[in-house]
Design a protein around this ligand. Structure first.
Ligand code: DC
Length: 228
């Protein structure tokens, strides 16, 4: 009997607005692979905590929610079907709202939460049934899947990142969006380093690349293991 072929895990990290979500999703789609959007889990947990009336800054209280949360949480890894459900409620749009973006760092900087969530991520990644899966987040290249055969850090200048966030949030105040992106990265940066590439991680600077060029560069890296 031959051993089952293992799937390929690709790790992609980067700060907000680096393009990592859109680029990872589209690369996964074109490769016929799955996608794990790890940020959506922190967001869904923040949503769940608020719904349960928890003080998200209370680390013990959030850790105590984890068993119920994991029992209630469902996430699609199909890049063509983007949804997250909690207790059967579709929270895909709700977890992207500013109200959640403003508080999600409380959950994401809780180290015991990170440990538990990372365990789930590994189960999902290594037990997945597609030929490959891209996991995108902040600490995938360094903590969640440091042995992944392809690890990429997507970066872009702050001005480019703010411009991209603004394009997603049409009608919102530019200065407020810029401040919120910078503040969130600063908070999240206290527990994980997602601005410099760790040893063996390829940095891909997308400041001067459009979306199509960024996707092509990532697919190239996945296929060849090195930049063009
Ligand atoms: O990528 P995003 O904006 O959806 O991430 C939501 C939050 O979760 C953000 O504050 C960063 C944090 N995060 C993290 O700390 N580690 C990850 N692997 C993914 C996201």
């Amino acid at each position: 009997m031959t051993a089952p072929q293992q799937n390929t895990v690709v790790a992609i990290d980067g700060p907000s607005g680096s393009g990592k979500s859109t680029v990872s999703r589209e690369a996964a789609r074109r490769l016929g692979w799955h996608l794990l959007d790890t940020g959506s889990v922190y967001r869904a947990l923040a949503w769940y905590g608020l719904r349960r009336g928890a003080d998200l800054a209370d680390r013990d209280a959030v850790v105590a929610l984890l068993p119920d949360f994991f029992a209630a949480w469902e996430l699609s890894v199909d890049p063509d079907e983007r949804w997250v459900r909690v207790d059967g409620v579709d929270v895909t749009a709700a977890i992207r709202e500013t109200a959640i973006s403003e508080v999600v760092s409380h959950v994401a900087t809780n180290l015991r939460v990170r440990e538990a969530v990372n365990e789930r991520f590994r189960e999902l990644l290594f037990g997945d049934d597609a030929p490959g899966i891209i996991a995108e987040g902040r600490d995938i290249t360094t903590v969640v899947a440091p042995d992944a055969p392809v690890r990429i850090l997507l970066t872009a200048d702050e001005s480019a990142r703010i411009r991209r966030r603004l394009a997603e949030k049409a009608g919102e105040d530019a200065a407020a969006v810029a401040a919120s992106v910078a503040a969130r990265d600063a908070r999240d940066g206290t527990v994980v380093n997602f601005t410099t590439a760790a040893d063996g991680v390829v940095e891909l600077d997308t400041t001067n690349l459009d979306l199509e060029q960024s996707i092509a560069a990532v697919i190239d890296l996945i296929r060849t293991g090195s930049p063009r």
